[in-house]
Each structure stands twice: as structure tokens, then as C-alpha cells.
Design a protein around this ligand. Structure first.
Ligand SMILES: [Fe+2]
Ligand SMILES: [Fe+2]
Length: 249
């Protein structure tokens, strides 16, 4: 079925939650920043790379003014999600705003090397949660070694969306914003070589099974809005760490 969604605009995946990513037909490895807005307060998830900053910015600017951003949540320190932080900071602080970077302590050490200026909100030192001004609670789920030691996911208790970072992502040339019939296999292939071991993935999936997840919003690939339990179940029993068998000197 043709995708009737206009992906050149922000796409509201749930009330107040927008996908502000892009389609890059040349790259199978797409990045998905998201913006959550509640009662005027905005939270930016995994904002993206330097390369794709202009397009993410153009979408974000249609939704909010920069001083509304209170937190930038980054699941780990990779450049595909953190590279644009200083550029967003320039805009936020340029209009008199200020934000905090929410991440794990281990990741904060490395995120500092992007020359960021915001204070850190270290999720592991803040009771694994963030309460917005409206009272809305974001819960952080610690999923160590997926793929960084301090990796975590964010569960929005209001919408039931799990912002999952690299987990549940995929490299996919048959991309659509919402997961299609090709997505399960593409997701498996990505995890088999990108995640270190089945045991580590299983540990994380056990935690996710305890949450009432309605939708999964990963940093790569497609948004999973159907069969959430099926995707969790698939990862639960997946053999990972494939590169251990790839040879090399
Ligand atoms: Fe990563
Ligand atoms: Fe990533």
C-alpha cells in the first residue's frame, strides 16, 4: 500500500509526539529524531547528525520555538544522534532558552566531546525518570550494552510510546514510516550483527515485557505501531553477536 503520509512534513505519531526525521533514498541507515510537546514544554529525542540538521531543523521549527525545548534526550553518544546537539544549542540559547541533555552518566562523558554547553541530566542519578512540568512522567529503562554500556530507552507513560534508540532499528531499503511486511527481517538482520549477544538482548526484552508499550519509536528504521509484542518476542530469542564468527585477523 502506498504510504499516504506526507513525510516531507512532521508526522504526528501520537498526540503531541512528532516524527521529525527524513527519507534518504540513498541510505539504508535512516535516523529518526522525535519531538514531544506537552503544555508548551518540548523534549527532543536523539536529534540527529550534522549532515541532516537542516531538514530536522526545518521540521522542528514548524512545531515549536526553540526556547520551548527543556531537554534533549540522547540514548548514547553516537554521532548519528548527537552530532547536531551543538547546533540546536546555538538556537536554543540564542533565543534566551536553556536545555539539559538527558543521558546516562557513562554517555555524558563522551557526549561532552561534542563541545556541548548544556548541563547534563544523568538518568541513572535521577531515579530513572523525568517529570515534565505538566506532571507527565517519562520512565527510563536501562538496557545495558544495547549497544553501549549505558544505553537506555525512554517510555512515555502517557502515550505508551517506547523511544528505543538503536534497539528495534533496522537498515532498510524498503522503508516506510510505519513498519511494513519487510521490517521484521530487516530488524533481525540489524540486531544479529549490531548487538553483542542474545543474552544481553534477552535481558532488555524481559524488562520491556513488563511495560504496556503501545508503539515503538526507534532511532533507525520504522515506527512499530502494530504487533509490538511480536517484535519483542522475536528479539527475545534472537542469536546476536554475529561478527564473532566473521573471521579477520
Ligand atoms: Fe549507536
Ligand atoms: Fe544509531
Amino acid at each position: 500500500m502506498a504510504d499516504e503520509i506526507n513525510i516531507s512534513e512532521p508526522v504526528e505519531i501520537a498526540e503531541g509526539v512528532n516524527w521529525i526525521g527524513f527519507e534518504d533514498k540513498s541510505a539504508g541507515f535512516r535516523c529518526n529524531p522525535y519531538l514531544l510537546v506537552d503544555d508548551g514544554e518540548a523534549i527532543l529525542f536523539d536529534p540527529g547528525s550534522v549532515q541532516h540538521f537542516p531538514i530536522v531543523l526545518s521540521k522542528l521549527a514548524k512545531l515549536i520555538s526553540f526556547d520551548q525545548i527543556s531537554h534533549i534526550i540522547v540514548t548514547h553518544q553516537d554521532p548519528d544522534l548527537c552530532g547536531a546537539i551543538p547546533k540546536f544549542e546555538e538556537l536554543i540559547y540564542g533565543v534566551g532558552g536553556s536545555a539539559r541533555i538527558a543521558t546516562h552518566t557513562r554517555a555524558s562523558v563522551l557526549v561532552s566531546y561534542y563541545d556541548v554547553r548544556s548541563e547534563f541530566y544523568c538518568v541513572d542519578q535521577e531515579g530513572w525518570k523525568l517529570t515534565m512540568r505538566s506532571g507527565r512522567e517519562l520512565k527510563f529503562v536501562f538496557t545495558p550494552y544495547m549497544h553501549f554500556p549505558g544505553s537506555f530507552m525512554t517510555f512515555d507513560t502517557k502515550t505508551g510510546i517506547l523511544f528505543s534508540g538503536d534497539v528495534f532499528g533496522a537498515l532498510s531499503f524498503d522503508w516506510s514510516l510505519y513498519a511494513n511486511e519487510y521490517y521484521m527481517e530487516a530488524m533481525k538482520a540489524f540486531h544479529e550483527n549490531y548487538m553483542p549477544s542474545g543474552e544481553i538482548v534477552n535481558f532488555a526484552m524481559d524488562k520491556l515485557e513488563r511495560l504496556d508499550i503501545k508503539m515503538i519509536a526507534p532511532q533507525h528504521g520504522s515506527v512499530i505501531n502494530k504487533n509490538v509484542a511480536g517484535y519483542i518476542d522475536t528479539l527475545k530469542s534472537l542469536e546476536c553477536g554475529e561478527f564473532l564468527d566473521k573471521g579477520g585477523e
